[in-house]
Design a protein around this ligand. Structure first.
Ligand SMILES: NC(=O)c1ccc[n+]([C@@H]2O[C@H](COP(=O)([O-])OP(=O)(O)OC[C@H]3O[C@@H](n4cnc5c(N)ncnc54)[C@H](OP(=O)(O)O)[C@@H]3O)[C@@H](O)[C@H]2O)c1
Length: 288
């Protein structure tokens, strides 16, 4: 791997960004993290990362962060930001950067996301028409999505209520997704590849919750509730309604047809993909 590169990580303090930063540092790269001026989660980033203030909603604010950068680990915070400024951000990248690894979604891989929406498919579409050497990381759901159940298990809770307990997923550990993206940016041979990035196993949502119960030493029960009840709560906690609908519809299909998976993590990183049990052990405190 070329370890002399400088890489900018956007969405740096979310679920994936800190892992990407750590993986880049371990590979010897210079790491910049794009952060908002009032980011409350800077302590998630490892020491050695250079903080660069900038806002994806204001492309001109990115100039300093992009100066001298070779590659970008590109994530777009779709929940809180429209893609209206994405074309202008891409122009900035084209002027300064050669390589981009985009965190995209399994939804594109299986044709669920139309290009004309405010989503990953649109960013892929822009990159395909750019001068940049891109890699698409079409990821399945994050294991970290299970943190959404933590409020129900903390303080002795024993029941997790959510729709579609039988939805079978190939959730990925955020560190594995980050590791694939870092290889794509620092090693040759990953340009213009669309990778389906998944975890190593197929588990239903109910099975994930049972594993969390085993890890915290308190059996947890799954209770299916109507999708409409969950939708109301998801929207109340910040999910754009169309995203909540898309996710719930997708979970419904996964009760009949399990989610697709791949061996990309092991192939690209040379390490076995982490299991959900490993993830649960690392995050046990959040559920207890
Ligand atoms: N969760 C899943 O299952 C899943 C599945 C497929 C794809 N993905 C994709 O994975 C990517 C990463 O997700 P994630 O959960 O790690 O992070 P995320 O929730 O998408 O992004 C959060 C990060 O973006 C920053 N941010 C917010 N608005 C910004 C702005 N205007 N300019 C610059 N930074 C801004 C946040 O900073 P503050 O903390 O300061 O707000 C935070 O660091 C996303 O693109 C998501 O769509 C997720």
């Amino acid at each position: 791997m070329n370890d002399q590169r400088t890489v900018l990580v956007t969405g740096a303090t979310g679920n994936v960004g800190p892992h990407a930063a750590a993986e880049l540092l371990a590979a010897g790269a210079q790491v910049r993290a794009l952060v908002l001026a009032d980011d409350p989660n800077l302590d998630r980033l490892p020491a050695g990362v250079q903080l660069c203030t900038g806002d994806l909603a204001d492309p001109d604010s990115l100039d300093a962060a992009l100066d001298g950068v070779d590659g970008v680990f590109w994530m777009w915070p779709f929940f809180s930001l429209s893609t209206a400024t994405a074309p202008a951000v891409l122009k900035k990248l084209e002027q300064r950067v050669h390589r981009v690894a985009l965190v995209s979604s399994v939804g594109v891989h299986i044709g669920l996301e139309p290009v004309d929406n405010n989503c990953h498919a649109y960013l892929e579409h822009l990159l395909e028409r750019s001068t940049l050497a891109w890699t698409f990381l079409r990821t399945t759901g994050f294991m970290a999505n299970a943190l959404g159940f933590a409020a129900q298990t903390r303080d002795g809770g024993r029941v997790v209520r959510f729709p579609y307990g039988d939805a079978a997923r190939t959730s990925v550990h955020e560190a594995d997704l980050a590791a694939v993206g870092v290889r794509a940016l620092l090693a040759d041979g990953h340009e213009y590849q669309s990778y389906l990035v998944s975890g190593p196993e197929l588990l239903t949502q109910r099975e994930q919750v049972h594993i969390i119960g085993e890890v915290i030493g308190r059996p947890l029960e799954w209770q299916d509730v109507h999708a409409e009840e969950a939708r109301r709560q998801m929207v109340a906690t910040g999910w754009p309604p169309s995203y909540a609908d898309g996710a719930l519809d997708y979970f419904a299909t996964l009760t009949k047809e399990p989610e697709v998976g791949s061996t990309v993590v092991a192939e690209v990183t040379g390490r076995p993909a982490r299991t959900f049990r490993q993830w649960a052990q690392e995050h046990a405190a959040a559920f207890d």
